[in-house]
Design a protein around this ligand. Structure first.
Ligand SMILES: C[S@@+](CC[C@H](N)C(=O)[O-])C[C@H]1O[C@@H](n2cnc3c(N)ncnc32)[C@H](O)[C@@H]1O
Length: 363
């Protein structure tokens, strides 16, 4: 490819075909085979651009492991069940989870773990973290086997491309990305197609200039998971930052070096992510024959699973420094003013299955 960087490639693309959707811009910025953000680096951790819950504390993955063990047993401990993680990052969550889930005899090194991961940089890190496990990688969900499956995803859906729509006098119009040849910068322009039918009913009458975000790939993935669960059995745990009821507001942001950045400043060199609207995902699960539980907050979910008790166990025998680290991790994961409230947890189960752990008390 002759383009020297992603901005040049996108400018050329727009020059030839006209403005592109924010969804296309985001998909290229994150997933372009040569220049895409996730294709070229490990973005997680102090030396990267952001930190995620499993990297904050082992408590997070361990709680998910206990949840998986409970779910496995509730489903009757099917011998051929598989674990599927979408967007597994460095593999830390799954390594911590499998260690904690090993209390169930059926979950061991031979348990088939299927990872949905497009990053050639992160796959080797996952292989290292899960070196003792039976792991298979996939680019997409549609190649996993037809077995009962426990699906896990943390901070995966927020990386899926969104479209943005803006309410104008004549109706809703899509916000598109254009290239300004004079200033040599990207800018937002409005498309001219009437998009009213794409806007959720609950926000369609929002005031002029309101912005709504829609994530079609998230709905597609939830539909796939729900159909899999309805047909072959299983359960899914989806954790991400977002909101429970569809609403207006622009949440798309770029994150670089642990700070927010301009989404157009350096495509391919900053993470792009958007808050997840859980309402259409819940509806998608139900319209595909599965049951949706939640969303509840991450704080409530982890507290209900007993994260406080696990922290106390870890503190026994810990040094003073380790103790303060464990407590800081616990607070970061569960406190409302940290990750406890913004992050939400949605579980998709087979219709009629009992309420999953963490959801026995409805919120
Ligand atoms: C924000 S990171 C979260 C990592 C991990 N779950 C954690 O909590 O540390 C997003 C993950 O999803 C992967 N990813 C992003 N877009 C993807 C896509 N379209 N298909 C598969 N994996 C994707 C990234 O490579 C990365 O592993």
């Amino acid at each position: 490819m002759s383009n020297r960087n992603l901005a040049e490639y996108l400018a050329e693309l727009i020059g030839t075909g006209g403005p592109i959707s924010i969804s296309r811009y985001m998909a290229e910025a994150l997933g372009h085979p040569a220049f895409g953000y996730y294709m070229t680096r490990d973005p997680i951790g102090a030396a990267g651009d952001f930190i995620t819950a499993p990297e904050v504390s082992q408590l997070f993955g361990e709680m998910i492991g206990l949840w998986m063990a409970d779910a496995w047993q509730t489903m009757g401990a099917p011998e051929d069940a598989i674990i599927v993680e979408m967007g597994p990052g460095r593999g830390t969550l799954m390594a911590d989870a499998l260690r904690a889930a090993a209390t169930v005899p059926e979950i061991d090194a031979g348990t088939a773990v299927h990872l949905i991961e497009t990053s050639p940089v992160l796959r080797p890190k996952q292989a290292e973290a899960l070196s003792a496990q039976n792991v298979t990688w996939h680019d997409r969900l549609d190649t996993i086997p037809d077995n009962t499956a426990i699906f896990i995803a943390n901070e995966f859906i927020d990386a899926l491309p969104i479209r943005q729509f803006q309410r104008c006098l004549p109706g809703w119009r899509e916000r598109m990305v254009d290239w300004d040849h004079i200033s040599k910068t990207f800018r937002i322009v409005l498309g001219d197609t009437d998009s009213n039918d794409l806007i959720p009913d609950s926000v369609r009458n929002a005031p002029i200039d309101s912005i709504v975000e829609i994530c079609d790939p998230a709905r597609g993935i939830v539909a796939e998971i729900s159909q899999h669960i309805s047909r072959f059995g299983g359960i899914a745990l989806l954790i991400d930052y977002g909101y429970a009821a569809s609403r207006c507001g622009e949440t798309l942001q770029a994150v670089r070096d642990h700070k927010t950045a301009d989404i157009f400043e350096s495509p391919g060199n900053a993470d792009l992510c958007a808050h997840v609207d859980f309402a259409p995902l819940q509806a998608e699960a139900e319209s595909n024959g599965a049951a949706a539980h939640g969303p509840t907050t991450q704080g409530d979910f982890l507290n209900a699973l007993g994260i406080g008790l696990r922290a106390s166990q870890l503190i026994q025998g810990a040094t003073a420094e380790e103790e303060s680290e464990i407590n800081a991790g616990l607070a970061r994961l569960t406190e409302a003013d940290q990750m406890g409230s913004l992050f939400k947890v949605l579980v998709i189960s087979k219709a009629g299955a009992p309420a999953p752990p963490g959801f026995e008390v409805s919120t």
